[in-house]
Design a protein around this ligand. Structure first.
Ligand code: PGA
Length: 217
């Protein structure tokens, strides 16, 4: 099974020109990575640019809505799928905290994503946030305390991360996220036993992401 590296750009970068530059150098740097699937998750507005290039990576969105209709500002799961997007991050702790996303809302998004054929990556802090009937789901364990927030890296203790991975024994694909960088990537994969990583801050530096991919290949 291939590892997965998710590059969550969050609400960055500020211009399309910067997004193009970041994407192009990253795409070039990981094109020969055979053992890893790299998934770039840019802000919605940059998706068409990326999907119209000859990209080697996989493409994901950072969120989706469960319906079309009178929902100003939202983007539906079906729209993303129709555009050519493959993955979608759901339930990120920043959405739970800053936008009041509840388990019920995340559940509806999850259902819509699956129905439209997107591959959801469900971010959780505890096992109880994973729906019962979703054993095939890609889960991302992301302790909020370890998320850099764009500031200093504050990685989660390896031993506790390993215990969390072991507790999710029924799930074949569990990623770790929170202050991932090229220095600690190997530890979370080879020592804590995760199948992949979700990087925020490090994903805005193409050299870092390329190093992360090389580290686990
Ligand atoms: P970080 O963010 O890598 O900057 O800690 C990870 C995330 O929030 O998904």
């Amino acid at each position: 099974m291939k590892s997965i590296i998710i590059a969550n750009w969050k609400c960055n970068p500020g211009t399309l020109a910067e997004a193009e530059k970041l994407f192009n150098s990253l795409n070039k740097g990981v094109k020969n990575a055979k053992k890893v699937d790299v998934v770039i998750c840019p802000p919605f507005v940059y998706l068409p640019y990326i999907l119209n290039t000859k990209y080697k990576v996989h493409v994901g969105a950072q969120d989706c809505f469960w319906s079309e209709g009178a929902y100003t500002g939202e983007v539906s799961a079906a729209m993303l799928k129709n555009l050519g997007v493959e993955y979608v991050i759901l339930g990120h702790s920043e959405r739970r905290k800053n936008f009041g996303e509840t388990e019920e809302m995340i559940g509806k998004k999850l259902q819509a994503a699956r129905k439209s054929g997107l591959k959801p990556i469900l971010c959780v802090e505890k096992a109880s946030q994973i729906p019962q009937n979703c054993k095939d789901l890609i889960v991302a364990f992301e302790p909020a305390s370890a998320i850099s927030g764009g500031g200093a890296f504050n990685p989660y203790p390896l031993q506790k991360a390993r215990e969390m991975r072991e507790s999710l024994v029924d799930f074949p694909m569990v990623l770790y996220g929170g202050s991932v960088n090229s220095q600690n990537a190997r530890d979370y994969i080879f020592e804590a036993g995760f199948e992949g990583l979700l990087a925020g801050k490090a994903s805005l530096d193409s050299k870092e992401i390329i190093e992360i991919v090389k580290a686990i290949c």
